[in-house]
Design a protein around this ligand. Sequence first.
Ligand SMILES: [Mg+2]
Length: 405
Amino acid sequence: MHVLWHISDLNENSHTNRDDIMRYAYDARTDVRLAAAASATFGVVPTEPTEQLRVAHLDADAFYVSVELLRRPELRGLPVVVAGSGPRAVVTTASYEARRFGVFSAMPAARARRLCPQAVFLPPDFAVYREHSARMMGIVRRHVERVESIGLDEAYLDLEGFHSPRAAMRRIVAEIRSETGLVCSVGIGPNKLVAKVASDAEKPAGFVVLTREHACERFAHASPGLVPGIGPKTAAKLADMGLTTLRALALASERELMERFGSNHGRDLVRRARFESDGAVSQERKVVSESRERTFDYDVAETATLEAELESMSEKLCASLAAHRRAGRTIAIKVRLDDFSTVTRARTIEAPTCDARVVGAVALALLREYAPPRPVRLLGVRVAGLVAEGADSAEAQAAQMALPL
Ligand SMILES: [Mg+2]
C-alpha cells in the first residue's frame, strides 16, 4: 500500500529524475518500516496513506532577513540581524550565518551584538515585509483554495482533493522562489500538527513529508515542547513528572496528566504527543484585531509623553486599517508598568471605525481613566472586532459604509 502510494505519486511528477526516484524508493521502504515500528510502539493503526497528506505548512525561511537580502544582495553570506535599536530591542530575525554565532529570534539585540559584533544590524521595515508577504500568499492562493495564514510568512494549506500534494507543493515553492526570490520550507502531513513540525525539521529549504506514524517515530526523543501548543511552562511541568520526551508523553498515564493539568488540557497533551489532529485549516482570514504597541527605551512617567505616543500609534494603526479597508468597534489600550504588571482596558463603540480621531479619543479616555500608578514600560492600542469589505454580514456592510472611501 505504501509502496503503491509513492509510485503513483512519482508518476504524477513530471520533473522526476534519478535521484528523486531513489529517494522515493527509500521513502517507500522506510514508510513501511516506520509505520510498523510506530504501530508497535504506540498501538496506532496506520491510516490510509492517501488520507495522510491533507495539510501543508509553508514557512518562509528567515523571512525578514531574506527580504532585506533581496534589496541588499551585497550582504549575502554575511551574518545579518534584523532588530530594533533601543536598549530593549529584540532580534526579530537572524540570518543562518548569524545563527551560527548563537544569535536567534527574540534574543535581546544587545546580547546579539555581543555574540556577533561583526553582524550587519538592520532595523525592521514592516511595510516592505507586508508587501512581500502579500505577493507570497497571492501565489499560494493561485493554487490552493483554503489557506490559513499565520502571521506574515507562514500558512497552513488544505490539500484535500489534490491528486498529488507533493507535486503541488513543489510547484508552489518553485513559483514563490522564481517570482519573489523567497525560499520556503514545507511540511506535509495528515494534520496541522504534523505539517508544522515537518516544515521546521529541515530548514532552510526543507521539504518534509510525514505520516502521523513517521512523526511519532522521528520525534520520539524530542522534547514535548517541539509540538505546537506545548509551551515552555508546560514542558517544564512535564519534565518535573519525568516526561522529557514526546514518546514518554504519548505513553503517559492520561489519568495522571488530567490530575495535574485538568481533564481537557491533560487529554490534549497526550493527543498532541501522538500528533493527533489539531483542527481543520480555517478558510477565514483570522484578522480579528490589529494593534500597535511600543516598548519605551526608558520607562515613561509623564502623562503628556504617553498621550502623544498613544495618538501617534492610533494614527498609524488607523492608516493601516483604512489601507486594508477594515474597521472595528472595540478599542483597547494595553499598559505595562515598570514592574511588568500589565493591564488592558477596552471600550466598544456603536459603529465600526478606522478613524484615527475616534480611536485616539477613546484610547486617551481609557488611559486617563486608568491613570497608570507607576512609570510605563510599554504602551499599546488595539482595534478589535474587525470587519472587512467583502464579508457578507450586515455588520460588514455597516463597516463599509463607515469607511472613508
Ligand atoms: Mg518563517
